[in-house]
Design a binder for this molecule. Structure first.
Ligand code: C5P
Length: 294
């Protein structure tokens, strides 16, 4: 029986560590980052269409539904590259905040690549899907793979590493929009910066030491966003005061996450933050490598 419909989950990511090594000739920044997935996800339904068209449906009202959307671009890339004459209707149920530093759009695109590979029986390997993902955006290859990785290059060269031990992640997004390109553009690479230690973070992950993972959290893009947006610093301070074990801004922001070992403390943090921040989530880390569904 040919498949006519598949479902995919598109989880949000957080960066446990993000370091910028230098600016490259192609305008991108050479990174060393450690990313992992959290159990806050968009859901996608992909329905096979006999007609040759891509239809994207989403009721959230905050994202474009045409070729500006990465999920749309992912479907178009597969259609063109593999001369697929069928179409697809993508119904996107959005839960991950947009332009938040959580790779929501990249994860949607990755879910479309995984889902259409099954729906259209393209037979592409994980590696091939990751390579296609790199054409769409720096975070897409990781979103294809899932789990926990060290990402190098502009974010597309991946090495899987052990996931942190199970814990809670409290996410808070201040009501500001941050452009990734703008944050990288403002980064002053001449200024003396405290670099996070990738070696120590990897060691902490290998030892599955929650305390050491929390100690080694670091993101050089905070040097740009904290002075620009006092709300981010305020949320970080608030999470620390309320007892989060580790606190960091994710990606280029503005979302801040707190890692918390105990559920009662996670709930206390969640309730405390809800007082002055509308978009707050308390979720678990997603330790499974493959964020797929049936
Ligand atoms: O790859 P993606 O389209 O997600 O990147 C968005 C923007 O972020 C890029 O246009 C670039 O300005 C910046 N960026 C960068 N270095 C990276 C990743 C992104 O400068 N490694």
């Amino acid at each position: 029986m040919p498949l006519t419909r598949v479902y995919e989950k598109a989880p949000a990511k957080i960066n446990l560590l993000l370091d910028v090594l230098y600016k490259r000739d192609d305008g991108y920044h050479e990174l060393e980052t450690v990313m992992t997935m959290v159990d806050l996800a968009d859901r996608l339904e992909l329905e096979d269409l006999a007609e040759d068209r891509i239809e994207l449906v989403c009721h959230s009202g905050v994202i474009p539904l045409d070729e500006r959307n990465l999920a749309f671009q992912a479907a178009r890339l597969l259609k063109e590259r593999y001369q697929v004459s069928r179409g697809v209707r993508i119904v996107l149920d959005k839960h991950v905040p947009v332009a938040a530093g959580l790779a929501g759009g990249s994860s949607d695109a990755a879910a479309v690549l995984r889902g259409l590979n099954r729906l259209w029986r393209l037979g592409l390997s994980g590696q091939e899907l990751e390579e296609l993902g790199a054409e769409l955006g720096s975070d897409v290859p990781f979103c294809v793979r899932g789990g926990t990785v060290i990402a190098r290059g502009r974010g597309e060269r991946l090495e899987s590493v052990p996931s942190p031990p199970p814990c809670w992640v409290v996410l808070a997004k201040p009501p500001i929009s941050v452009s990734t390109a703008d944050v990288y553009g403002r980064l002053n690479l001449q200024e003396p910066r405290r670099h996070p230690s990738l070696a120590r973070m990897i060691d902490a992950l290998n030892r599955r030491s929650f305390a050491d993972i929390c100690r080694e959290l670091g993101n050089v893009l905070e040097d740009v966003t904290l002075p620009l947006y006092p709300e981010i610093r305020q949320i970080k301070a608030c999470m620390t005061k309320m007892g989060a074990d580790g606190v960091l801004m994710s990606g280029s922001g503005p979302t801040v996450f707190g890692l918390v070992e105990r559920e009662t403390k996670a709930m206390r943090l969640y309730n405390g933050l809800r007082g002055f921040c509308r978009e707050v989530y308390a979720v678990r880390l997603l330790a499974d490598p493959a964020p797929r569904s049936s």
